[in-house]
Design a protein around this ligand. Structure first.
Ligand code: ADP
Ligand code: MG
Length: 249
């Protein structure tokens, strides 16, 4: 039987102020699976990822990592974040640290590695994202695509159980999107377990094992990547045709 890495059960989030952003959603992620979450802006996609990574607390429901509930005030947040990597639209690199040090920081402080061990691990992941030639650069001197590849390397360095991507290419100039998508695609091919929130519908169709379409805080449709070509619900049909128009512009 396929091993379930992440199990999301009836997740709900109401923000202080009253926005009911996520209204009870459930899905699981099996080892080696890539799941794409698509949906309009404001449908609750980022809220789901932030709850999984413990950046915010769910209002209701459970999040289990390897069968252990992690939305528990007693759970060690640093340990959870080292097992659940996150890559953000805005990269979130430390601007005052060189590329190499952006990667070694977590390895030294969370994993307790020596400087030499951390640097060896960092070089290995920087090679995987094709950034070995810029290890001494500061983030401010990198292109957006390079910054995002460093952010992916930083997540990989911790050897996470799963990596969450929140619109990893939305802040990039069009000519830089390809290299980042290619990096994520190679991770999928290597069997990395991933949840990818993306507006790149063709990429989602090609890379994801399963697609989840969110609308207004709920899962409106989910299924294999063939639902992109043959959506069942009118809502997904409308969403996909609105994305086509956007891509044609
Ligand atoms: P998506 O990632 O699909 O665009 P979000 O999860 O960011 O959607 O947002 C879902 C809803 O929650 C939106 O209505 C948004 O305005 C609201 N929201 C997001 N973050 C906050 C916050 N920190 N405080 C209050 N409301 C928020
Ligand atoms: Mg979002």
């Amino acid at each position: 039987m396929d091993e379930i890495v992440l199990d999301i059960e009836n997740l709900e989030k109401t923000y202080p102020g009253g926005v009911h952003a996520v209204k009870g959603i459930s899905f699981d992620v099996k080892k080696g699976e890539s799941i794409a979450i698509i949906g309009s802006s404001g449908s609750g996609k980022s809220t789901v990822l932030r709850c999984i990574n413990r950046l915010i607390e769910p209002t209701k429901g459970n999040i289990k990592l390897n069968n252990q509930i992690i939305n528990n005030p007693l759970a060690d947040v640093n340990e959870i974040r080292s097992k659940i990597g996150m890559v953000f639209q805005s990269f979130e690199l430390f601007s005052h640290l060189k590329v190499l040090d952006n990667i070694t920081l977590g390895l030294r402080h969370v994993r307790g590695m020596s400087k030499d061990e951390a640097e060896e691990s960092a070089l290995e992941v920087l090679a995987r994202v094709d950034m070995l030639d810029r290890i001494d650069a500061f983030p401010g001197n990198l292109s957006g695509g390079q910054k995002q590849r460093v952010a992916i390397a930083r997540a990989l360095a911790m050897h996470p159980e799963v990596i969450l991507f929140d619109e990893p290419t939305s802040a990039l100039d069009p000519e830089l999107i390809g290299s980042v998508l290619q990096t994520i695609r190679s991770l999928a091919d290597e069997g990395m377990t991933m949840v990818i929130v993306t507006h790149e519908i063709n990429f989602a169709r090609d890379v994801a094992d399963r697609i989840i379409y969110m609308d207004k805080g709920l899962i409106a449709e989910q299924g294999p990547s063939s639902i992109i070509e043959n959506p069942n619900s009118d809502r997904l049909k409308e969403f996909l045709s609105s994305m086509d128009e956007e891509n044609d512009n």
